[in-house]
Design a protein around this ligand. Sequence first.
Ligand SMILES: [Zn+2]
Length: 259
Amino acid sequence: MKYYKITAIISILILIIAGFCFYIYQKPSNGLLILEYHKVNDIDNDEYTIPVKDFTAQLDYLSAEGYTTISLMDFIHAKKYGEKLPAKPIILTFDDGYEDNFTNVAPIVNKHNMKATFFIIGNYINKKDYINWAQLKQLQNDNIEIGCHTANHLPLTTLSAAQIQNEVKLSKLLMEWNGLKTIFFFSYPNGMYNNTAIQALQQNNYLAAVTGDPGLNTFSTNPYLLQRTYIPRERFSLLGLKLRILKSKLFYYFHINQH
Ligand SMILES: [Zn+2]
């Protein structure tokens, strides 16, 4: 076959794939997107840190695209009572409980009239660079949803059943005994889970948990294995965000590892 024919065929294939991806990206779906962030500041330079300007631009973009932030409680409530979610529902989650979640994330989220969920590591509260008790209480009063990210951030799949119970139970009790409102939601350290962990969550009255598995969520998704889209620091942060959302939509569309 002549060279130009091969080039033409490859070009057409690329166009078809790009067109399909664009179609999937734009296609309205009832699926709930859950984004996974960690830190937002202009000091750290690691993959878990989004610069303040980039984070603001990402929220501007999500607003302009018509996304409505909800809380995990909104989702579980709507599921239980068969209510409709907003047209493009999204949950913004932040893992590990860094202090910048209080100083940077909450003000930017509030300014956008959005909601957010922070997953806190119980034994890291009050440590340097981590959120403290007074900040946590203020956040709950300011309508930030607080969830649990274990007591010590150990991957649950490496622990015994008794150790998993401790990590899941003690961190929840610690936060509730220190005056926070009841904790209903959980995030698996390093996104690692197994059946023992899910059972421990159910036994300790958690209503839902988020993984690190990309995809979208519906009312039929296992609430203890909610799909979540990881948003790391990227050179072109808005393009990165769009590609990550596209990946989740493709995984959902093709039923790849959807719970
Ligand atoms: Zn974590």
